[in-house]
Design a protein around this ligand. Structure first.
Ligand code: S6P
Ligand code: ZN
Length: 209
């Protein structure tokens, strides 16, 4: 049997990347329209920084998409806010929804915002050396609530895939993470959020069979 060779990479905390990893993508301000509550604040930031401003960047090693294999990588997120809302990733549920993930805090302070298909919410505070286990079936989004880059290492099953549309279909995630007025953060209800139809929830959980 032809085995794969071991992979060796370096987590470059200052650069916020996995050195030696072959794949990389960036999400710019222009890519993230409609994720934030305050359209006017988003338009102002867009005018100020331009659509190509890098909001977050992922470097990863994807050896294959085989069941049982893993993808490992590093996410670096810039700090900042759109209006009162802290910078966030698009967020997703895994396309194979029963696939989990782990995140490890390297630098900066942030949150892992989690939402179950039936609308339960959990928030995990991330800082260096904190490991977050994202269980199967949880929608997950990272939020940078600090004033520096948030850098996290992650690993997840190689056949997971990502479904981004689940968040748009419900009018966003149920909670938004905003400035509490004292330099910290607080979670508020997203007024546009709609519960997922029972058939959609059942179809997701049906994937566990
Ligand atoms: C993939 C994993 C991370 C995110 C990355 C960017 O399952 O959770 O690699 O892709 O943190 O977030 P997003 O929501 O834009 O994929
Ligand atoms: Zn994921």
């Amino acid at each position: 049997m032809a085995l794969r060779e071991p992979g060796v990479f370096t987590v470059d905390i200052d650069a916020g990347e996995l050195k030696g990893a072959a794949t990389r993508y960036r999400k710019t301000l222009g890519d993230l329209a409609s994720l934030y509550e305050d359209d006017a604040a988003f338009a102002r930031l867009l005018a100020e920084r331009g659509p190509d401003a890098v909001m977050y960047e992922v470097t990863d090693h994807k050896p294959s998409a085989d069941p049982g294999d893993i993808i490992i990588g590093v996410t670096r997120m810039a700090p900042g806010k759109v209006g009162r809302e802290y910078f966030l990733t698009r967020g997703h549920i895994h396309a194979k929804a029963d696939r989990p993930e782990m995140y490890y805090g390297e630098s900066g302070t942030g949150l892992m915002l989690l939402e179950s298909p039936d609308g339960e919410v959990r928030i995990v505070e991330m800082r260096p050396r904190v490991v977050c286990y994202v269980p199967p079936f949880w929608i997950h989004r990272s939020v940078n609530v600090g004033s520096d880059d948030l850098v996290m290492t992650f690993a997840y099953p190689a056949d997971s895939g990502q479904d981004y549309d689940i968040i748009a279909r419900s009018g966003g995630m149920r909670r938004r993470i905003v400035d509490d007025g004292a330099g910290g953060w607080t979670a508020i209800d997203n007024a546009a959020w709609r519960p997922r139809p029972a058939a959609e929830v059942d179809a997701l959980y049906g994937q566990a069979a």
